[in-house]
Design a protein around this ligand. Structure first.
Ligand code: TRP
Length: 333
């Protein structure tokens, strides 16, 4: 049985980019795969998080996923720290993966910046924990964005090295599934920058917590250029804002950007934005309302997550036991 593991950091607001590029695609995978959806709080604390914010964000991301259609009964939605097996396998992988491999990780270089000496050890070892997340369930497929491909490559190398070091075929080599390719959602204020939770201007993004009115306002205020929309796709050259808004429309309408161009060819931005806003509100409004309903009842979210963790532990415990035995650890009697 093919098994999917996917992880999301419970930090900050989920926005339209996360929804179109990740969450929505996970929801669609539920028909074909057995899925584990994990809120990776152990990864989040590799850079310091205010404790109350971490707790709130963990519930918020859980609510967003449930509202977007993650089925926590058929699949597993849980918090990483509630299954200690991840951290235990991560330690073993700290002893398998090589320092040279980790030194090549571009995300560490970016996140640590100039002050590498002052980065946490956790930030450095981050990819080994990610490998453990996946392999502790022997997951076969991992939906990731482009930025996580290198980490997944490392997970494959680690699985392979473990298998060959111990002469056993324990771990499958997990396959990346690059989802949402072509749905790069850019800032509403600057079509050359990615939509980001850390952008200072809230008008640069549509948050999954935004209500219908806010979504409408943000889209109406979105930056444009003075020309009407182009007649053909080449006309988007040098017009990043037009390209972005048409791309968003296409993603929400489940079509392609070329189709969006054809549909709105030669029209004024004002008319297009009105339709875009209607579509966005129709798609995101119900999700937002459902998310609010969950967030009003944190005990319900906590119960769903606890049940998810219980089922996750039941899947990973035998794998961890198998691996500990292979390594030569004594079994507790
Ligand atoms: N590193 C991933 C990110 O920042 C999150 C993550 C943690 C993950 N563990 C994972 C993704 C395992 C896929 C599989 O997006």
């Amino acid at each position: 049985m093919n098994r999917i593991f996917s992880g999301v950091q419970p930090t900050g607001n989920l926005h339209l980019g996360n929804y179109l590029g990740a969450v929505r695609n996970w929801v669609r995978l539920q028909d074909q795969f057995q899925c584990l959806f994990c809120l990776v709080d152990l990864h989040a604390i590799t850079v310091w998080q205010p404790p109350e914010a971490l707790r709130a964000h963990t519930r918020e991301v859980a609510a967003a996923m449930l509202a977007a259609g993650v089925d926590a009964k058929k699949h597993i939605l849980f918090v990483q720290s509630q299954n200690p097996n991840h951290a235990e396998l991560a330690w073993l992988f700290n002893c398998v993966a090589r320092i040279g491999w980790l030194n090549r990780m571009t995300q560490f270089k970016e996140k640590a910046g100039k002050n590498r000496e002052n980065a946490s050890v956790g930030l450095y070892a981050y990819p080994n924990l990610m490998s453990a997340d996946i392999l502790v369930y022997k997951a076969t497929h991992v939906p990731v964005g482009e930025d996580q491909k290198q980490h997944l490559e490392l997970a494959r190398d680690t699985a392979q090295k473990f298998n060959s070091d111990y002469g056993q075929d324990v771990f499958p080599l997990p396959e990346p599934m690059i989802l949402g390719a072509g749905t790069r959602v850019m800032s509403l204020r600057d079509g050359t920058k990615k939509m980001s939770k850390s952008d200072e201007s809230d008008y640069s993004r549509i948050n999954m917590t935004d209500d219908a009115e806010t979504i409408d306002l943000k889209l109406r205020k979105a930056k444009t250029d003075p020309l009407p929309l182009p007649e053909t796709p080449d006309g988007l050259e040098g017009r990043p804002e037009a390209a972005n808004l048409l791309g968003i429309w296409a993603a929400l309408a489940n079509g392609t950007r070329d189709e969006a161009v054809a549909q709105f060819a030669g029209r004024q931005f004002s008319a297009f934005k009105k339709e875009l806003s209607e579509l966005a509100v129709a798609t995101l409004g119900p999700i937002n309302a459902e998310m609010k309903r969950y967030l009003a009842d944190p005990a319900q979210i906590d119960a769903i997550l606890s049940e998810g963790a219980r089922r996750a532990r039941a899947l990973s415990a035998p794998v961890l036991a198998e691996v500990q035995d292979i390594v030569g650890f004594l079994k507790a009697v």
